[in-house]
Write a protein that binds this ligand. Structure first.
Ligand SMILES: [Zn+2]
Length: 162
């Protein structure tokens, strides 16, 4: 930033922007909203304290996190960004459940068709082979479908995708 123009923070706080201003690298004067919203939600002195406690190479990430959280808090004053996170976690859980149900249905159809198919045909059909390999996972899918709970840790279910 130019030596004369104060950063967005100092402009809003109506103070002189010192050469070593802790806000200046992250809150340029051409984006006043960025600091305004962080100041409104966290308070300038808290933001300053948080930045001072961090090594310089982590400050930019901390600022983008604070800006994101502040915007989320303004949009959703009760839950803030936790609202967005749990919405996405619910979505992941629901999609995993749909996937498990669809895979179970595929297996059911597969097992119904199996007696009609000559065995050598299964070997030459990649799709059938793929579905057969899923047989090993069947108890897991059924278990998942029956005990599904949107609050359970969805990251632990990555095995469903493989
Ligand atoms: Zn400044």
């Amino acid at each position: 930033m130019g030596g004369n123009s104060p950063c967005a923070s100092c402009k809003l706080l109506r103070r002189r922007c010192a050469k070593d201003c802790i806000f200046a690298p992250y809150f340029p004067s051409d984006d006043p909203h960025k600091f305004a919203i962080v100041h409104k939600v966290f308070g300038a002195s808290n933001v300053s304290k948080m930045l001072q406690e961090l090594p310089i190479h982590q400050r930019a990430d901390a600022v983008s996190s604070l800006v994101y959280e502040a915007n989320a808090r303004v949009r959703d004053p009760v839950y803030g960004c936790v609202g967005a996170i749990s919405y996405l976690q619910n979505q992941v859980s629901q999609l995993q459940m749909q996937l498990a149900v669809a895979q179970a249905e595929i297996l059911c159809i597969q097992m119904q068709q199996e007696p009609a198919l000559p065995t050598h045909q299964i070997d030459s059909d990649d799709k059938s082979l793929l579905l057969h390999s899923n047989l090993n996972n069947l108890p897991q899918y059924l278990n998942f479908a029956s005990t599904s709970n949107v609050i359970q840790d969805p990251l632990k279910r990555e095995s469903l995708w493989t």
